[in-house]
Design a protein around this ligand. Structure first.
Ligand code: B4P
Length: 184
């Protein structure tokens, strides 16, 4: 299967994607993880990426799309994949469509994680990653509303959007994802 997860920071995309990808036997790709890894490797690109992450801003589309294109070309993506946190902007969604149309393998499902801001703050302040400071979380939420939220309409118009209530314990949210997949 070919799936993308869309949702605000802290909605639980990363938490759910690993288990779901394993159950479906597809490759799980988190652009957040890929970017944090690139930062930890250092160098000019790593330093630049780190600046965006620490400011709670999205990394420029061109850079992210290049990383994803490289990853998609690897053999393990042939069996399907689950993208966690990609695409995050309309240009990224269009670039992904372009890459997939070359492979004649369009996306099948786009899950939108729906959750309140209060719950997001509660979760992220408990997690305490470098970019989980209050001011950075606010900026990430602002970027989400401005740049990522419009993607839901993009996928809804195609009939592949499924909204998932992301409030509840881990197993409950996971069951909702499974049900949406079974009824697909
Ligand atoms: P990501 O790594 O994608 O992380 P996230 O949005 O903060 O969190 P996620 O939704 O995965 O939440 P998680 O499961 O961890 O992005 C980080 C940054 O990378 C972005 O801000 C951006 O700068 C950059 N980036 C990534 N992709 C990009 C792209 N395509 N373009 C440009 N920039 C990009 O859960 C959060 C916490 O909640 C955890 O502690 C978890 O334990 C807890 N939790 C999860 N589910 C729960 C539940 N059901 N109940 C209670 N707690 C729960």
């Amino acid at each position: 299967m070919r799936i993308v997860f869309i949702g605000p920071p802290g909605a639980g995309k990363g938490t759910q994607s690993v288990r779901l990808a394993e159950e479906l036997g597809v490759t799980c790709l988190s652009t957040g993880e890929v970017l944090r890894q690139a930062r930890s490797e250092g160098g000019e690109v790593g330093r630049l990426i780190g600046e965006y992450l620490d400011a709670g801003q999205l990394v420029p589309d061109k850079l992210v799309v290049e990383l994803v294109a490289e990853r998609l070309a690897q053999a393990d993506c042939e069996k399907g994949y689950l993208f966690d946190g990609f695409p995050r902007t309309l240009p990224q969604a269009e670039a992904l469509d372009e890459l997939l149309s070359q492979r004649q393998a369009p996306l099948e499902l786009a899950f939108e994680f729906v959750i309140s801001e209060d719950e997001l703050f509660r979760r992220l302040s408990k997690r305490g990653r470098d970019d989980d400071q209050e001011e950075t979380i606010r900026e990430r939420l602002r970027q989400y509303a401005e740049l990522t939220d419009p993607l839901t309409e993009y996928y809804d118009l195609r009939g592949i959007l499924r909204k998932i209530d992301a409030v509840g314990d881990f197993d409950e949210v996971y069951r909702r994802l499974q049900e949406a997949i079974w009824s697909h």
